[in-house]
Design a protein around this ligand. Structure first.
Ligand code: MLT
Length: 266
């Protein structure tokens, strides 16, 4: 891990391997370790950059409101700080995908391709926004333990819950150790994120969309529609996976990413 001071925050990041740059952006309320199966695999062929977003993992916590744009700006600054000038393949999961849309909007020229795992283009509806605010208030009052227990059914496929206790425990520990301030800020930022559905037709980057068969947060049917709206996207569904497909089923996810990158990088 490297500690990288940026203009407003210090981020911890993995930066390993060499080759075309591949940026992994984690979901909520997690950290870069959710990508370990991808980091180990792709460091053999790529320069792998996997930061903890501000407030998560070992990165600095700031008691400030954020938006998806804040995280995107941090990532662009991080690439500058690491002297990555080549266009990157941006691989984001869920909130990492929401950040990818903001990154496309502001830093299109810095992108070679998009890999969007278990994420959405639509904004939250009113009920979801209210739930996010309740989450923010509750986490500030009592800490993140309730999320560590409450999110499991939504994050993992039944098979993972039955057969992979290690992944479940690690994820719970990750959530429990996250700062309440950062969880609240990210929850509010997700509630305020824009709907990008109308922009999809203009995103002409090569894109790979990956959905876990049992994803309850960003269902495969919805992700397939996002893929159809993007001009150059392919869609892959991962069997026996939920919302955390890269963590639950690293082998087929890595194979899909490898196949996609080989075609993009020609
Ligand atoms: C995530 O995995 O980043 C979150 O579950 C996304 C969300 O709650 O919309």
């Amino acid at each position: 891990m490297h500690r990288i001071p940026l203009s407003n925050v210090e981020l911890h990041t993995v930066d390993c391997g060499s080759g075309p740059p591949l940026l992994f952006v984690h979901g909520f309320p997690l950290d870069h370790t959710m990508w370990q199966g991808q980091i180990d695999h792709f460091a053999a062929t790529h320069r792998v950059i996997a930061p903890d977003l501000r407030g998560f993992g070992k990165s600095e916590v700031k008691d400030q409101p954020v938006s998806m744009t804040t995280y995107a700006d941090d990532l662009a600054e991080l690439l500058d700080a690491l002297s990555v000038s080549e266009p990157v393949s941006f691989c984001g999961l869920s909130m990492g995908g929401y950040i990818a849309w903001a990154f496309v909007e502001r830093y299109r020229d810095r992108l070679a391709s998009l890999i969007l795992c278990d994420t959405r283009a639509a904004a939250d509806n009113e009920a979801a926004r209210r739930t996010r605010e309740q989450t923010a208030l509750r986490v500030l009052q009592e800490g993140p333990a309730f999320l560590a227990d409450g999110m499991l059914e939504k994050l993992f496929a039944p098979q993972t819950r039955a057969q992979n206790a290690a992944i479940i425990t690690e994820t719970q520990n990750m959530i429990r150790s996250t700062s309440p301030t950062s969880v609240a800020a990210a929850s509010r930022a997700m509630a305020n994120r824009p709907d990008v559905t109308d922009r999809l037709a203009k995103i002409e980057l090569p894109a790979l969309l990956i959905a876990g068969e049992h994803d309850a947060i960003s269902p495969p049917s919805e992700m397939r529609e996002v893929a159809q709206a993007l001009p150059r996207a392919t869609f892959v569904e991962i069997a026996d996976a939920g919302h955390m497909a890269p963590l639950e089923q690293p082998a087929p996810v890595n194979a899909a990413i490898e196949h996609f990158l080989a075609a993009c990088e020609g």
